[in-house]
Design a protein around this ligand. Structure first.
Ligand SMILES: Nc1ncnc2c1ncn2[C@@H]1O[C@H](COP(=O)(O)O)[C@@H](OP(=O)(O)O)[C@H]1O
Ligand SMILES: [Mg+2]
Ligand SMILES: [Mg+2]
Ligand SMILES: [Mg+2]
Length: 342
């Protein structure tokens, strides 16, 4: 089957990174830095990016990588660099049985170089991985949902996607139970899920819910009001006859959630006309939802065009829904946004 090895390496790489992010999540020291756009990045984002990029480079040395972060802050801050290098070494040690498949990192210089290999500009030619080492950094800092997200685009089209959601329950029916899931998909081969604690296990196929009655449907949205318009999303839900309150969570855990039947719709309506969605915020999640029986478009009803560079330049917002519900959801979105100058 095509992309079997890419899927396996993607799953193992994000699992390896999750050992580091969970260690930081459970510790007091997050080492938060505020980036130029005022958003936060932590030592966990940087360590996870290093581990994943070095794993991908080991397995597929010819491939390019678009990663969210860069090493500039670490190069200017020796104590933070030492902290990240220590965490990376611990995670390499914890996964040393995977060194032949995922490779090693010899020293802190090699770690910094791995982080910076994510500086590719993207585009519609060749094999390009898109990586979000921690999606939902604000959720991560709040002790809520976050996701480690990795996908492979070939000539601008997503072919492989993998998501680790360390804080989603393994059994959605038992929210207090064991946490941590690993989802993946290959285009045309379906989506699967397994506990994050068993990355070598065979994943179980997942599919979206079969609820087609809006009065029983649920929609997901982000927590951050600055990232999507809650008021417009509420008004759309009302116009569709949705009565259940919105399921709010940070990160691509929303895509993970609807792809395994918890919620039927994910809306991300733009709050500003100028913001361009980043490809790493959608590559993995959108493929997993499509392979689980959903449709993902922007608010114009257009496919997401991942071949435009590091951002989804030609798209605005996200409308993800169960295939049978998508046309009605899109119509309601477009009605609501009429005055917004789409
Ligand atoms: N104005 C904006 N509109 C939409 N998304 C935004 C935004 N500002 C930041 N984001 C993105 O929203 C992502 C989190 O999504 P959500 O709000 O669904 O949890 C962030 O990912 P990171 O946390 O990886 O930086 C960031 O890329
Ligand atoms: Mg960020
Ligand atoms: Mg993100
Ligand atoms: Mg991120």
């Amino acid at each position: 089957m095509p992309y079997t090895n890419e899927r396996r390496i993607a799953e193992l790489a994000i699992h390896r990174a999750s050992i580091l992010t969970e260690r930081v999540y459970n510790s007091q020291v997050k080492g938060t830095i505020t980036k130029g756009d005022k958003s936060p990045v932590t030592i966990a984002d940087l360590g996870a990016q290093a581990l994943i990029i070095s794993s991908i480079t080991h397995a597929f040395p010819e491939d390019s990588i678009v990663g969210e972060e860069d090493s500039s802050h670490l190069r200017a801050d020796r104590p933070k660099l030492d902290l990240v290098w220590g965490l990376v070494q611990d995670s390499l040690e914890a996964t040393k049985d995977q060194t032949s498949e995922l490779g090693d990192i010899r020293d802190d210089e090699e770690m910094l170089a791995a982080i910076d290999k994510g500086n590719h500009q993207g585009g519609s030619v060749g094999r390009i991985w898109a990586l979000d080492p921690i999606d939902g950094t604000l959720g991560f800092l709040r002790g809520a949902q976050y996701a480690i997200c990795l996908g492979l685009m070939v000539d601008g089209k997503v072919q492989v996607g993998a998501l680790a959601c360390p804080n989603l329950p393994v059994d959605p029916g038992a929210p207090g139970g064991k946490e941590g899931i690993l989802l993946s998909a290959v285009r045309g081969q379906g989506a699967t899920m397994k506990p994050l604690s068993t990355p070598f296990a065979q994943g179980a196929p997942i599919s979206m819910s079969s609820v087609t009655d809006f009065s029983k449907a649920r929609f997901c949205e982000g927590v951050e009001k600055g990232h999507s318009s809650h008021s417009e999303q509420a008004s759309i839900a009302k116009s569709l006859g949705i009565t259940a309150p919105a399921i709010q969570m940070d990160s691509q855990a929303k895509y993970a959630s609807i792809s395994r039947g918890v919620g039927e719709i994910y809306l991300r309506l733009p709050v500003s006309l100028s913001y361009e969605e980043k490809i790493w915020d959608h590559v993995a999640g959108s493929l997993i939802v499509e392979e689980a029986g959903g449709v993902v478009t922007d608010t114009y009803g257009n496919e997401l065009d991942f071949g435009q560079g590091r951002t989804l330049k030609t798209n605005k917002g996200i409308v993800a829904a169960l295939r049978a519900l998508h046309p009605a959801v899109l119509k309601a979105v477009q009605e609501e946004l009429k005055g917004f100058k789409l």
